[in-house]
Design a protein around this ligand. Structure first.
Ligand code: ADP
Length: 346
């Protein structure tokens, strides 16, 4: 296993800068998720780490050894890495066991050792009962487990995963998220995992790297990223939020007629508050940040209710418990608890 270090990585395709000065230090044995919207440069960053492409500037070190520099990259086959793609790329004419053995045979290990390693891997990945089936006889989730087992069998220094679950249906995807984390806890390979799905990142990652337009917006543990977003982009992308913008004065942002007191963050002209942290009431509660509003939209979403409230200058989304039922057109009061309001600079 090895640490992976990206230092000042830049990559452009023509006029489009896809990686715009990426600095990232991944610890030995850590699982890091690159998370961001489509087109923000996640896959390009992964391909740079894999050695499929070379950076225009900056360098990549793996285990302290420089493998990529400007215009130069040690090719993938010379890096001890395994990569898993969206399409599992299993060999259709090989059984599960033969697929898992493939990389080991390529490395010309003695056949007794191949057999032992394959068997151990099939056991961990819970694939033993399927060992003699062909990929065409497996479900999507099972195929993905084979792809993982095949990648792990060669004991890579680094494991790279590119949207590995995006071809699975919702239930399977959820199950496989836990599976990937379980396998990581078992093997502790240094892992870089690309996804646009925040739940996938939160379930699997030790740390999440939120990317936006070729840059890193924020790096932190899943809790850090959700509870302490440092920008409007991160607050919106992870968990969703309401953004109120105005002029700053002390611990207040004046957004039109609304004076919003905040207690989280470092200051700035933006206040962020999550929909589920806003309170709704029919009579005005005491204290600051209480504003009258009108219910514009009510949506029943199973365990909760989702409201859009008109506050005059702005509209705000509120998610409440089921018991709080207001019809569209109702006059209500919203309370934005100051200890849930986070001030942001950008
Ligand atoms: P993500 O994985 O976050 O969806 P990508 O890294 O795949 O994003 O792509 C980032 C941007 O770079 C996109 O606008 C994409 O169209 C562009 N891009 C990626 N690869 C190439 C390429 N080989 N040639 C030209 N443009 C590319």
């Amino acid at each position: 296993m090895a640490s992976v270090e990206l230092q000042g990585i830049r990559k452009a395709y023509g006029k489009l800068t896809v990686a715009d000065g990426i600095d990232l230090s991944i610890r030995h044995g850590e699982l890091v998720c690159l998370l961001g919207p489509s087109g923000c440069g996640k896959t390009t960053t992964l391909r740079l780490i894999a050695g499929f492409i070379a950076p225009d500037a900056g360098q990549i070190l793996v285990g302290g050894k420089r493998l990529s520099g400007p215009g130069q990259a040690e090719p993938p086959e010379k890096r001890n890495m395994s990569m898993i793609f969206q399409s599992y790329a299993l060999w259709p004419h090989m059984t599960v066991a033969e697929n898992v053995a493939y990389g080991l045979k390529l490395r010309r290990l003695p056949s007794a050792e191949v057999e032992r390693k394959v068997d151990a891997m099939l056991k961990v990945a819970k694939l033993r009962p399927l060992a003699s089936r062909y990929p065409g006889e497996l479900s999507g989730g099972q195929q993905q487990r084979v792809a993982l087992a095949r990648a792990l069998a060669v004991e890579p220094e680094t494991l790279l995963l590119d949207e590995p679950l995006s071809n699975l249906d919702t239930n399977l995807r959820e199950e496989m998220r836990f599976e990937i984390r379980r396998l990581h806890d078992e093997f502790r390979y240094t892992t870089v995992y690309v996804t646009h799905d925040q739940l996938e990142a939160m379930t699997t990652a030790d740390r999440i790297v939120v990317m936006n337009a070729g840059r890193i917006e924020q790096i932190g543990s899943p809790e850090d990223i959700f509870l302490r977003p440092q920008s409007e982009f991160v607050a919106r992308f992870i968990g969703g939020t309401n953004i109120l913008r105005g002029t700053a004065s002390g611990r207040t942002v004046q957004a039109g007629a609304l004076a919003i007191h905040w207690e989280l963050g470092e200051g700035g002209e933006i206040v962020s508050i999550r929909p589920h942290e806003i309170e709704l009431a029919t009579t005005a509660p005491d204290g600051p940040n209480v504003f009258p509003g009108t219910v514009l939209r009510h949506t029943y979403i199973g365990a909760q209710r989702d409201y859009l409230i008109d506050l005059g200058d702005t509209q705000i989304r509120v998610v409440t418990a089921l018991e709080q039922h207001f019809e569209p057109g109702s006059q209500v009061f919203v309370r934005l608890p100051p200890r849930r309001c986070r001030a942001l600079v950008r």
